[in-house]
Design a protein. Structure first.
Length: 315
């Protein structure tokens, strides 16, 4: 059953979705921007699993890091008339027309780690400003707030961009720390090659001049970790700090052969589940958006993970 009404009519329709206490079929479109990135896949897979638990029919699409594909996939789901959309690490600015079309069609849309849009109900997020501060200050603490660092950025995503800006603010107040090399990931479809090529050159060029490395997300840090090992670095030679969390980064933090020092762990699975559960409350149970969350964001908490507490996440 697809919604053909406006979002304002959702509470009126909610009763029609219930028959003898049982929820009728609910078609949920789930779009992840780049599922070769662990975090995007974790979000989409958790949303799909939760939808299945509710007895819904989820359809998961992977845009493979391509903006045109991403827009077309959202368009197709709107044309199909799905009952709701959950968009993981989406692009609300670049896909504004598609977001607007979903709203016009009366399809409730909730995004995860994508940034706000006037056409969505809200975005499920962590406080990226706090996350960025935690990572930056932790890294600087490991080098005693002095010396050279390498920086790996990604400006095309709102969350990673904010993290980089907070890093800049922290560096501005700590003049004894110098960025001796910086690379900004430009490509999304071949992002691994982009990061490897850029950071491999910096590691070689700046050998002996840096004590720490900051990466805007864990996937970048894994590549940098491998580059450092290939270059002959050992655990403790440099600090490597990033953001996102997950089984692979926890494994590396605990690994005595890895340079990975810490991550600020974001609960992507819990955020995806919150998006689906919120969709149920609004689109099925008839609650208003403001009863679920006040404002354009539903915030969840992140936690810094390093050698002192990683065992709690690997058991």
């Amino acid at each position: 059953m697809a919604f053909k009404s406006t979002l304002k009519a959702l509470p009126v329709l909610a009763g029609s979705l219930l028959v003898a206490g049982q929820a009728m079929a609910f078609d949920l479109g789930i779009v992840a921007f780049q599922m070769s990135a662990e975090t995007h896949a974790r979000c989409a897979n958790a949303a799909e699993a939760r939808a299945n638990e509710l007895g819904w029919t989820p359809q998961v699409l992977n845009s493979n890091g391509d903006l045109q594909t991403h827009a077309e996939q959202i368009d197709n789901l709107v044309l199909k008339g799905v009952d709701g959309l959950v968009l993981c690490m989406s692009k609300p600015v670049e896909a504004d027309a598609q977001f607007a079309a979903a709203k016009e069609a009366g399809i409730p849309t909730i995004s995860v780690v994508s940034g706000t849009s006037p056409h969505t109900l809200f975005d499920v997020q962590v406080n990226e400003y706090g996350v960025g501060a935690d990572a930056a200050l932790y890294l600087l603490g490991t080098i005693n707030f002095e010396g050279g660092v390498l920086v790996q950025r990604f400006e095309a995503n709102a969350g990673t961009r904010v993290r980089g800006k907070i890093l800049d603010a922290v560096l501005e107040e700590n003049k004894a720390v110098e960025v001796v090399g910086s690379h900004s990931m430009a490509r999304t479809k071949s992002w691994r090659d982009d990061v490897r090529n850029g950071m491999q050159a910096l590691v070689l060029q700046q050998a002996g001049k840096f004590k720490g490395v900051w990466a805007s997300f864990d996937g970048q840090a894994f590549i940098i970790d491998d580059i450092l090992k290939e270059a002959g670095y050992s655990k403790g030679d440099v600090s490597l700090v990033s953001i996102d969390g997950g089984a692979e980064v926890f494994r590396r933090i605990a690994d005595p052969e890895s340079m990975m020092t810490a991550t600020v762990s974001i609960p992507f699975e819990a955020m995806a589940v919150a998006a689906v559960d919120s969709m149920k409350k609004i689109a099925v149970e008839g609650m208003s958006k403001d009863e679920v969350v006040s404002g354009p964001y539903l915030f969840m908490s992140a936690v810094l993970v390093d050698a002192s507490n990683v065992s709690q996440f690997t058991e």
